[in-house]
Design a protein around this ligand. Structure first.
Ligand code: SF4
Length: 376
C-alpha cells in the first residue's frame, strides 16, 4: 500500500518523478538532478520512495561482509590532491609490506572469519609485476576460499605498464593468480575537468570505464564508487551516475554502488584557491543515497553506506534512505583514517548486527558478491 499522504502538497514536478520511480520507470538525468535539489516535504517524499523501493527489492534486509583491508604500501607518486594516505618513499612513515607481512595479515583474516581481503596500495615505483601476482597467490595459498577484492582500476593500469601488456592480458594474468573482484575506486568523479584538478595523474574517465568494462567482460565483477562533496557540482554527480548506469546496462558487472563523501580535514584539496569546496552535509549525503537508489534501482541492486566515512551513527540513519548494505568490518582501514576520518578501524560483526537491527532492518552476513552466508 502506497502512502499517498506523503505526496500531498508537494511540488508537482517532484511528485511525477517519484511516481515514475514507484512504477519502476527509468529516471532521466534531469529528473535525478531535480531530486538532488529537494528540501522540506519533497525531501521526505523522496526518502519514502527510496526506502519503499529498497524494501521491495531487499525485503528489509541489510547486509554486511566480514573483511579486512590490506594496504600493502602507502608510497605513491600520483599525488592526488585529496589524498593524505600516500607518502614519498623518503618519509619516515612510508611503508611497503613484504610478502611475508601480507601473509601474516591473511592468516589473521582467516582466523577472524573474514570471507574477503580488500587489497589496495599506492602506485609505488619500486614494485614489480610479480609482486602483485605474489600477493594474490599468497592469499590463495593460505585460504583458497578467501575472496580477493584487489587493485583499483588505477592500480590495474599501473600493473599493465609494469607487465608491458594490454589491460585485458594483465587482468587475465591477475585472475589466473587469484584475483576475484576489483574495487571500483579511483573513480572519484568521472568528469575529466574535475579529475584534472583533483587527480591530474590518474586515469581519465574513459580509461577508468575501459578498465572496468574489460574486467566485467572477463567475468571479474567490480564495485562502483563516487567521491563527492569537493569541487564538483550536482550536475557532475549526475554525469557520474549516468556513466555507471550505462556501463551496467552493458555488462551487469557492478555488484554495488558506494557513495564516499570527501573527508576534508587533511588533504591539499581543501586549500586550493581557485576551486572552492562544496562539502556535503547530512542532507546532501542522504539525498545522494536516495537518488542513487532511484536512478540505479533497475540496474545496480545494492547501495552501500561507508560507515568509515559517515560514522556508524549516520551510516545507521542512511539505512532508511535506500541503502541496503553496511559495508564490512574493515579491520585496519588506513586510507580514510589518514584523510582525517574520525571513525575506528574496525566494527565487529556483533556491533554491525546491533546497528542494523536497531534501525529496524534485518541483518544478514553476505559474501563479496552478495550471496547470503548467515541470517540473524
Ligand atoms: S588516491 Fe591513490 S593514486 Fe592517488 S595519491 Fe592516494 S594512493 Fe596514490
Amino acid at each position: 500500500m502506497i502512502n499517498t499522504q506523503i505526496f500531498e502538497h508537494i511540488n508537482q514536478v517532484i511528485k511525477e518523478i517519484l511516481k515514475k520511480s514507484l512504477a519502476s520507470e527509468e529516471l532521466s538525468s534531469q529528473e535525478a538532478l531535480e531530486l538532488l535539489k529537494v528540501k522540506g516535504k519533497e525531501f521526505f517524499a523522496l526518502q519514502y520512495v527510496a526506502d519503499r523501493i529498497c524494501y521491495e527489492k531487499k525485503q528489509n534486509f541489510v547486509t554486511f561482509v566480514i573483511n579486512r583491508n590490506i594496504n600493502f604500501t602507502n608510497i605513491c607518486y600520483q599525488r592526488c590532491k585529496f589524498c593524505s594516505f600516500s607518502l614519498p618513499a623518503t618519509h619516515t612513515d612510508a611503508f611497503l609490506l613484504t610478502i611475508e607481512q601480507v601473509r601474516e595479515k591473511v592468516i589473521e583474516a582467516k582466523i577472524t572469519g573474514c570471507t574477503e581481503v580488500c587489497i589496495q596500495g599506492g602506485i609505488n615505483p619500486d614494485l614489480k609485476f610479480e609482486f602483485y601476482l605474489d600477493i594474490l597467490k599468497t592469499v590463495k595459498n593460505i585460504a583458497p576460499n578467501m575472496h580477493t577484492h584487489a587493485f583499483s582500476p588505477q592500480e590495474v593500469f599501473y600493473i599493465s605498464k609494469l607487465y608491458e601488456n594490454s589491460i585485458e592480458d594483465t587482468l587475465k594474468e591477475l585472475k589466473k593468480a587469484g584475483l576475484d573482484s576489483i574495487p571500483g575506486t579511483a573513480a572519484e568523479i568521472l568528469v575529466d575537468e574535475i579529475r584534472k584538478v583533483i587527480c591530474p595523474n590518474k586515469v581519465k574517465a574513459s580509461q577508468w570505464k575501459e578498465i572496468i568494462t574489460c574486467a566485467h567482460n572477463l567475468g571479474i565483477p567490480t564495485t562502483s564508487t563516487i567521491m563527492y562533496g569537493h569541487i564538483e557540482n550536482l550536475i557532475d554527480r549526475i554525469k557520474h551516475l549516468e556513466i555507471l548506469r550505462e556501463i551496467q546496462k552493458e555488462t551487469h558487472g557492478f555488484t554495488e554502488f558506494v557513495p564516499l563523501p570527501f573527508v576534508k580535514e587533511n588533504p591539499i584539496l581543501s586549500q586550493l584557491e581557485n576551486y572552492p569546496l562544496h562539502p556535503s552535509y547530512g542532507m546532501d549525503d542522504l539525498k545522494l543515497f536516495c537518488v542513487a537508489r532511484l536512478f540505479l534501482n533497475n540496474y545496480i541492486d545494492n547501495i552501500q553506506c561507508s560507515w568509515v566515512k559517515l560514522g556508524p551513527k549516520f551510516a545507521q540513519v542512511s539505512l532508511n534512505y535506500g541503502v541496503n548494505d553496511f559495508s564490512g568490518t574493515l579491520m585496519e582501514e588506513n586510507i580514510s583514517k589518514s584523510a582525517g576520518a574520525e571513525f575506528g578501524e574496525y566494527l565487529s560483526p556483533e556491533e554491525i548486527v546491533k546497528i542494523i537491527s536497531e534501525a529496524g532492518k534485518k541483518p544478514a552476513q553476505r559474501d563479496t558478491i552478495y550471496n547470503i552466508i548467515k541470517y540473524y
